[in-house]
Design a protein around this ligand. Sequence first.
Ligand SMILES: Nc1ncnc2c1ncn2[C@@H]1O[C@H](COP(=O)(O)OP(=O)(O)O)[C@@H](O)[C@H]1O
Ligand SMILES: [Mg+2]
Length: 265
Amino acid sequence: MDELKIEIKNLTKSFMGGEGEVKAIENLNLSIKENEFTVLVGPSGCGKSTLLYMLAGFEKPTSGSILLDNQIIKGPGPDRGFVFQDFVLYPWKTVVRNISFGLEIQGFSQKEAIEKAKQKINLLGLQGFENAYPHTLSGGMKQRVGIARALAYNPKVLLMDEPFGSLDAQTRKLMQEELLRIWNKEKKTVVFVTHSVIEAVFLADRVVVLTDRPSRVKGIIDIHLDRPRDYEHTYTDERYIELREKVLNILKDEVIHHKQHYESV
Ligand SMILES: Nc1ncnc2c1ncn2[C@@H]1O[C@H](COP(=O)(O)OP(=O)(O)O)[C@@H](O)[C@H]1O
Ligand SMILES: [Mg+2]
């Protein structure tokens, strides 16, 4: 747990648009340890997705660097899995093919790819839905497929961009508990973005609060709550409630207009 996995150094990212330069991130520094569960929270539009895309290698820093296992990230790779907010499944492919497809592109034979996909189907509790098409699945089930697909290569790092944002409250809690169960079993370094302080504190080893744009680290809160966690016990734990308050207070000036929103989700 003490091994350094990701090191973000003086990271700056700006975009050139019609109205000139937009600075999304400026001089952001953050270190993440192996197998740590880090949750990023921050105001809407502050650069959270941009940061995750750079970790994934989809986007390049304007300046500064991101090291993964002491190597500069140069592009996407099977050592990182990505889970998007919108489920982005191929509508014309079945569940098993949605998961196995990327593995085949990586060079696995169809047989091997389907074998690996089936392992993740079992892990995510999707047995019986192998041959279903995405439109027949509920939001929660679609996101299980999204997570299974991200885990299919056995990546060491799992990047999750508001993955449960469009689920109903009940399904969302269930998926959070499921994610912790999987994380505990598979041992991954997770970087998870959310709008919800309730979700952040429930999941995290550390909650990293980002400033409004351009984004920097405003505060880091260690979440020393016992694991395994489940809503039945954690939700009423006084320390959990205090930690939520603490995160909200750090976030407050950044999102003064959205405070209600952060308290309600
Ligand atoms: N490809 C892009 N081109 C231009 N501007 C972008 C691009 N991607 C993101 N931005 C801008 O960067 C800022 C941060 O965006 P984003 O990372 O999506 O924020 P968040 O995920 O925190 O809501 C926003 O102002 C957004 O408009
Ligand atoms: Mg985003």
